[in-house]
Design a protein around this ligand. Structure first.
Ligand SMILES: Cc1cc2nc3c(=O)[nH]c(=O)nc-3n(C[C@H](O)[C@H](O)[C@H](O)COP(=O)(O)OP(=O)(O)OC[C@H]3O[C@@H](n4cnc5c(N)ncnc54)[C@H](O)[C@@H]3O)c2cc1C
Length: 341
């Protein structure tokens, strides 16, 4: 069924909690609805959203927001190795993780508690604790709004990279309707990222026996709750900035300008990635407020709606202030990870 609402209040539909409206909001719960939807009749621009956890609404949305209420979880096949399961785009991704853990299937336990829906997970290639969702995606099914037909893509055809896919660059052409995941029955805990081992009471080297996906999921949830703002309580969109990738020469220049400081970095081919959160912290922003906006006190990469009353312009002002600080201190230009609408 198609549900259309005009002047829709979006406060509960974006994790930043921006009190904005959409001129039109259209929710559908079947493929048929999508096929029958006359896109020419909608207010433009048209944008598909999930739970709004990677978005910053910079004001009222002047066009149409589409949202999927396609919600099902169906095991397509099962053998001794694992299951193939088809999941509707409107399913909360963490509900899928909870379902998989409850059945004892390995694959998505490290992705527990990442906010958002299944459709967006395949667009964003969400990742955490050494796992990216592409690792468990077999096929993404989508509606092609240009050719007006259903299409599907094997994971290898989705252009997956770090928090990226070709859907992100197709300007809204593809609407993900459901995703087929492959989960495993084989014992496969991935514990060597963040402090999962510590959270499970394991030392750094032991090879544990008998863990369940549910136990790993619970450890991940504990770690995330300690570090990140809780969705629904403190408005945020997770990591606000991308971690900049710079040349080795650039990295050496920064080290030379900061004698005695050990600049954290990761090699990316010939280039070097420097954690944006570290630079923001070095600039003194961690835990600081700017009006109703602020920087999360446990993770400087996360900007928050500190009082719950922040206006989009306050988040934008804080974003600019941080960009200027990092530019002046490190000569590096930060760019946002969060999509601005
Ligand atoms: C506290 C917090 C912690 C977070 N931690 C992580 C983390 O650890 N790892 C991580 O990867 N991300 C993290 N995020 C970011 C966010 O959870 C992901 O980007 C998530 O995939 C967004 O899902 P969503 O449903 O809210 O999508 P939205 O934010 O609504 O949309 C994201 C993008 O997907 C597109 N989209 C949504 N649904 C569809 C669809 N059905 N078809 C086509 N396009 C669609 C939208 O157009 C938009 O471009 C975090 C966010 C928060 C608030």
């Amino acid at each position: 069924m198609l549900k259309k609402e005009y002047s829709k209040d979006l406060s509960k539909l974006n994790s930043f909690g921006m009190k904005v409206q959409s001129r039109l909001f259209v929710e559908y719960d079947s493929l048929m609805d999508l096929v029958e939807l006359d896109f020419d009749e909608l207010f433009h621009p048209v944008k598909h959203i999930g739970a709004g956890s990677n978005l910053l609404f910079t004001g009222d949305f002047p066009g149409t927001l589409l949202h999927s209420a396609i919600r099902f979880t169906e095991v397509l096949s099962e053998d001794a190795k694992g299951v193939r399961v088809s999941v509707g785009s409107g399913v909360i991704f963490d509900d899928f993780c909870a379902w998989a853990a409850s059945k004892g299937y390995w694959g998505v336990e490290n992705l527990s508690l990442i906010p958002g829906e299944v459709g967006a997970s395949a667009v964003q290639n969400i990742g955490a604790y050494g796992v990216e969702v592409k690792d468990v995606i077999e096929t993404v099914y989508a509606y092609d709004t240009k050719e007006e037909e259903m299409v599907h893509f094997d994971a290898s055809a989705c252009g997956y990279a770090y928090r990226d896919s070709f859907f992100k660059h197709a300007e809204g052409r593809y609407i993900v309707t459901h995703v087929v995941f492959v989960l495993s029955k084989a014992y496969a805990p991935r514990l060597d990222y963040g402090n999962i081992r510590a959270a499970l009471g394991l030392d750094e080297t032991s090879v544990p026996k008998g863990l369940t996906p549910q136990q790993v999921r619970e450890a991940i949830i504990r770690i995330r709750r300690e570090k990140l703002p809780e969705v629904g309580k403190v408005g945020s969109a997770g990591s606000f900035f991308k971690n900049p990738v710079v040349s080795r020469a650039e990295y050496e220049r920064i080290c030379a300008q900061h004698p005695g400081v050990s600049v954290p970095h990761y090699e990316v081919g010939d280039a070097v990635k420097i954690p944006a959160g570290w630079m923001i912290e070095q600039c003194g922003w961690k835990g600081r407020r700017s009006g109703n906006a602020g920087v999360w006190d446990k993770q400087a990469l996360v900007l928050v709606n500190a009082t719950g009353a922040a206006l989009p312009e306050e988040i934008l002002r804080l974003e600019s202030q941080i960009i200027v600080s990092v530019r002046e201190r490190f000569g590096i230009e930060l760019s946002p990870e969060v999509e601005h609408l």
